[in-house]
Ligand binder design. Structure first.
Ligand SMILES: [Fe+2]
Ligand SMILES: [Fe+2]
Length: 527
């Protein structure tokens, strides 16, 4: 067992890279004793994988290591878990990903302008995650005996040269299972338009697998979004969420996750942020090897990345890098991420076509939720940059509730913004939203809920900030404007205006039944 020879206390004293190295050595020793199979937690990531992923190897050399010879392949393996995301240029590129329960040969996408004309095969890469069952805590009560290794096959195809604002149809397959010869699932997606125009996008965090997660996931579809932001804590396969090699982990939870979201994620690009439950030390020194095998990051090679859609620039950050509360990933980019953030904010603000900047990441800059409250590392490294570049909207998860602040500059309220208010971020600063009610078990507030139709203003609220040494420093909060203890998602409508007129970003919070519980309009003069 992984847990033998390492206690959580010992693991907590190691960096992510040190944990991974310990695990790699321990499992390779054990594999030698066992006579040979590839060690547990091996990430075998294709060319599109993250740089820095340990144990990365081309599939060809990995294939001989994997005990797949006697597994069914070809026509008995049906693709599942389709999920798409933007490429670096959302007007022309899309990444299509899916899963197969076994090794497959020559996976491919067929794509066309009509569901009846799906074109030639476009090659897909395979990213394999191999995890020894004994290193996991399966949700099944009986641990796997044979096979002892959980192998997960993720297929990824990068589609390039698409036309802006165009709807495409696609289907996926592999040697022995051609969708042309089988009852095929055909999905569609639409690329970003090249011209400014109105659109909607959605967001939430802390989803997991539950009937509540099914409900919020399917509420996304009803908003007809151009894309969906996931603010982290995605599947909870890593059940403990401490980013430690001693945490409970069942990789197969991801299989259920992709099955759960497929009806939406196959059509709506999902842009995922890494939460504390995405740190998986088994696969790579940075803890991101698992996420990198399962998702794409808008054509970029890090769990912090950006893209733009119409008049909105979206930045996704990896807050594990700055967390004092759960410090196992703290500092893992060596300051690179924060330097990159500054450059991205400056570049987006210079662009004449971009009105609004939206930033998503997992740990909360500002929340009064009793469980995790606010993350001091985010305030130390990032909120000064949000102030400097007048970021319009920040979307967080981590606290399993809905909460919205008044607009803030340097942590101070600049204006009261009850539901229905209009905020001008250029002068009033940033609005911070927690949308962590996507489906995992809910948390609570120290103060009463206060939302549209049930306003109950409470100020100040006694809360805390997570600071170095995992200390919690008390703070008296006056910025908590809306609080709702329930399942939720965000639907955000962008209405761009002509130069000199007012572009609007309407942020709507929707509860788990589809009813609106909060609304704020962000207004900015179009350049
Ligand atoms: Fe969570
Ligand atoms: Fe979290």
């Amino acid at each position: 067992m992984t847990k033998q020879g390492m206690t959580p206390e010992q693991a907590a004293n190691l960096s992510m890279a040190e944990q991974h190295e310990w695990f790699r050595r321990a499992t390779s020793r054990r594999a030698m004793l066992r006579g040979g199979l590839v060690g547990a937690g091996t990430a075998i990531v294709g060319a599109a994988g993250l740089s820095g992923t340990a144990s990365a190897a081309p599939l060809r050399s990995a294939a001989s290591l994997l005990p797949t010879a006697d597994r069914p392949t070809g026509s008995t393996v049906v693709p599942f878990g389709r999920h798409i995301s933007f490429g670096a240029d959302p007007t022309r590129q899309m990444s299509v990903a899916w899963q197969a329960t076994n090794s497959v040969r020559n996976p491919f996408v067929r794509i066309g302008r009509s569901p009846r004309d799906l074109g030639e095969k476009l090659h897909a890469d395979v990213r394999v995650l191999s995890t020894l069952a004994s290193d996991t805590s399966p949700i099944d009560s009986v641990a796997l005996v044979s096979p002892s290794t959980v192998e997960q096959y993720y297929l990824h195809a990068s589609l390039n040269g698409l036309r802006p604002g165009e709807t495409y149809y696609y289907t996926v397959g592999h040697d022995g299972w051609d969708p042309r010869a089988n009852l095929a699932v055909v999905n569609s997606f639409t690329t970003a338009p090249s011209k400014r125009g109105p659109f909607t996008f959605t967001a939430f965090g802390d989803q997991g697998i539950s009937y509540d997660a099914v409900a919020t996931t399917h509420l996304i579809a009803g908003q007809h979004p151009a894309f969906h932001l996931h603010a982290g804590d995605v599947s909870y396969a890593e059940g403990t969420g401490h980013g430690l090699i001693t945490d409970s982990y069942d990789p197969k939870v991801w299989d259920s996750f992709f099955q759960q979201v497929e009806a939406v994620a196959a059509t709506v690009p999902w842009q995922v942020a890494s939460g504390n439950h995405e740190m998986e030390p088994w696969y790579s020194a940075d803890g991101n090897g698992g996420l990198a095998a399962r998702f794409d990051f808008a054509g970029q090679q890090n769990t912090y990345y950006s893209f733009s859609y119409g008049n909105v620039g979206v930045i996704t950050l990896d807050a594990n890098d700055v967390s004092y509360e759960i410090p196992s990933g703290n500092g893992y980019t060596g300051g690179k991420q924060t330097a990159w953030l500054k450059q991205e904010l400056a570049a987006l603000r210079k662009r004449a076509d971009i009105d609004f900047i939206v930033v998503q990441f997992h740990h909360c800059a500002y929340s009064t939720c009793s469980s995790h409250a606010s993350e001091g590392g985010v305030r130390q490294y990032w909120t000064p940059l949000f102030d400097a570049y007048a970021v319009d909207l920040v979307i967080n998860g981590h606290n399993h509730v809905y909460e919205r602040t008044d607009p803030l500059k340097a942590g101070k309220v600049t204006a009261a913004a009850p539901s229905g208010a209009t905020v001008t971020p250029a002068t009033q600063g940033t609005t911070y939203v927690v949308a962590g009610g996507a489906g995992n078990s809910l948390y609570s507030f120290p103060a009463k809920d206060s939302y549209d139709g049930a306003v109950d203003d409470v100020s100040p609220i006694a809360s805390f900030v997570n600071e170095p040494g995992q200390t919690k420093t008390a703070e008296s909060v006056t910025w908590s404007r809306v609080r709702y203890t329930g399942y939720c998602l965000l639907a955000i409508d962008s209405a761009p205006a002509a130069r000199g007129r007012t572009s609007k970003l309407t942020v709507r919070a929707i509860d788990g039944f589809g009813a609106e519980i909060d609304r704020v309009v962000l207004a900015r003069t179009a350049k």
